[in-house]
Design a protein around this ligand. Structure first.
Ligand SMILES: [Zn+2]
Length: 491
């Protein structure tokens, strides 16, 4: 309309009116407190991590008490418990049914109305646990018993502590109202220990859009301490690939009173004996190279010397033997490993069976293929009665996570600060985690298990009397929250 004044003119009139109004009307009458307490635009989620850890310890105890031994898993009960906690905090969870009785939980804190999956940070932990032989434990494995400053229970290390810490992190962010620079997504998975039909592979196939992310923090790393001092922090950036292979020997069956030279059991036993003494060739990946370089600096002189010589042309081979013998984990980081795990043959003591079988659990280095290894084993066994059969559900080789991302830099910085300047090393785990499936979907996934533990306590993982000290749990909760805050909260 013709009478309209320009926008610019309207704004100027308004501003003059405000200046006038403010000049003559007392502040209090305008509804503005005379000394307003400064509103923190971006409060830190890190204000009281001790209180948060106390809450998280209760969640850890209650998660241990929900028996999610896999098989059968029954993770749905844990999923519902977690969903209830998130709901009370005003975070909307979604329980995703993966198979009957088996569910995952996903929840998201948004940074903006439109999500950018390539920036999002995923916090992953699995709800299922391996079985426990009750008779070998000194306490009830599902009792969440507190003893001598430790929480005992199946899952105390693997992976319910991480689950509780992830919950604490997302809840602290929500409570603080912090402004996020990327979405933070919480994901509790099922069927990790068996990697079966209800595992993250199925979850990704069905529901990837619900938790697609560019970055992830998961189990798989370790913080190794001796006494109260942290020796080093290992951040898992890649992992070996698990493949099961059957070794099958065949021969004529018959009466045991008339043995022949082509007895399948004898051929199988000879083959397994040869395989057992075989060492696959050594390959060093970038991650493993950097791991040994870092570890050499803090190891005792003798071990450090051999770690530095692993690739020396003159004494490399000797160094590889010394280091492999010193620690089976180190040996497994350098080469494909082969462990015979099962044997079967025969139905009667007086019948020669026509077939005998062994199972090999093979862990391939990233980049190695099973065909090449089986070629070498066939040559070694050199027996026409024996053949190899790759079993279904082999792991898939995934790309290594980059050591140049912002997230890796944040992990390195915060972990070093929090653990008294301990070196932070990239790590290639001999075991498999959900991270390989994520890496296959372009996620920069890191195994950051933030609880400082001794080698002795770590050995209880999947073993008897699994336990985590309360002090270590508290520290891990604080470290994880610190890393998530540094990476996802706008400063
Ligand atoms: Zn685990």
């Amino acid at each position: 309309m013709a009478l309209l004044i320009s926008n610019c003119g309207t704004r100027m009139l308004l501003r003059m009116a405000i200046i006038f109004f403010a000049a003559v009307v007392p502040l209090a009458a305008q509804g503005i407190p005379p000394n307003p307490t400064p509103v923190q635009a971006n409060p830190s989620p890190l204000t009281d991590t001790e209180a948060l850890s106390r809450e998280a310890l209760v969640w850890l105890a209650q998660l241990i008490q929900i028996n999610t031994t896999n098989p059968p898993g029954n993770e749905q009960a844990a999923a519902k418990y977690i969903a209830g906690i998130l709901e009370r905090e005003g975070i909307t969870p979604e329980v995703l049914e993966v198979a009957p009785g088996r569910s995952a939980v996903v929840a998201r804190l948004r940074s903006s109305a439109i999500s950018n999956p390539s920036r999002a940070l995923l916090l992953v932990a699995h709800m299922d646990v391996v079985g426990a032989e009750r008779a070998r434990w000194t306490v009830d494995p599902f009792g969440a018993v507190m003893k001598d400053g430790y929480m005992y229970g199946r899952g105390a290390l693997d992976d319910k502590s991480m689950l509780a810490a992830n919950l604490a992190a997302i809840i602290a962010l929500k409570r603080s109202n912090a402004r996020l620079n990327r979405d933070v997504i919480f994901l509790a998975t099922d069927d990790e220990e068996a990697g079966g039909d209800a595992s993250i592979r199925a979850l990704i196939a069905k529901n990837w859009d619900k938790f697609a992310a560019g970055y992830a923090l998961n189990e798989g790393g370790e913080v190794i301490s001796k006494g109260s001092k942290v020796q080093y922090v290992a951040v898992q950036a890649s992992e070996k690939v698990s493949v099961n292979v059957a070794v099958i020997a065949k021969g004529p069956s018959g009466h045991a009173s008339l043995p022949t030279k082509d007895n399948a059991v004898v051929h199988l036993a000879a083959a397994v004996a040869k395989i057992g003494s075989y060492s696959a060739p050594v390959h060093f990946t970038t991650v493993v190279r950097r791991y040994f370089e870092g570890l050499a600096a803090i190891s005792d002189d003798e071990v450090g010397k051999w770690m530095r010589s692993l690739e020396a042309p003159d004494r490399g081979e000797h160094a590889q033997r010394v280091i492999s013998d010193a620690n089976p984990q180190w040996g497994s980081m350098m080469r494909d490993s082969i462990a015979p795990t099962m044997l079967s043959a025969g139905v009667r003591a007086n019948v020669i069976p026509g077939e005998a079988r062994a199972m090999l659990n093979i862990r391939l280095l990233p980049g190695d293929t099973i065909d090449v290894l089986l070629g070498a084993l066939s040559k070694l066994v050199n027996d026409p009665h024996v053949r190899f059969e790759v079993q279904p559900n082999a792991g898939l080789a995934a790309p290594t996570s980059s050591l140049e991302t912002d997230l890796y830099a944040v992990i390195t910085k915060v972990a070093s600060q929090e653990f008294g300047g301990a070196p932070v090393l990239p790590y290639q785990s001999p075991w498999a985690t959900d991270s390989s499936q994520l890496r296959l979907h372009n996620v920069q996934a890191y195994g950051l298990w933030p609880f400082p533990v001794t080698d002795e306590d770590l050995a209880r993982m999947h073993g008897d009397d699994e336990r985590l000290s309360v002090a270590s749990f508290n520290k891990g909760v604080a470290v994880l929250l610190n890393i998530v805050t540094d990476f996802a909260v706008t400063k």
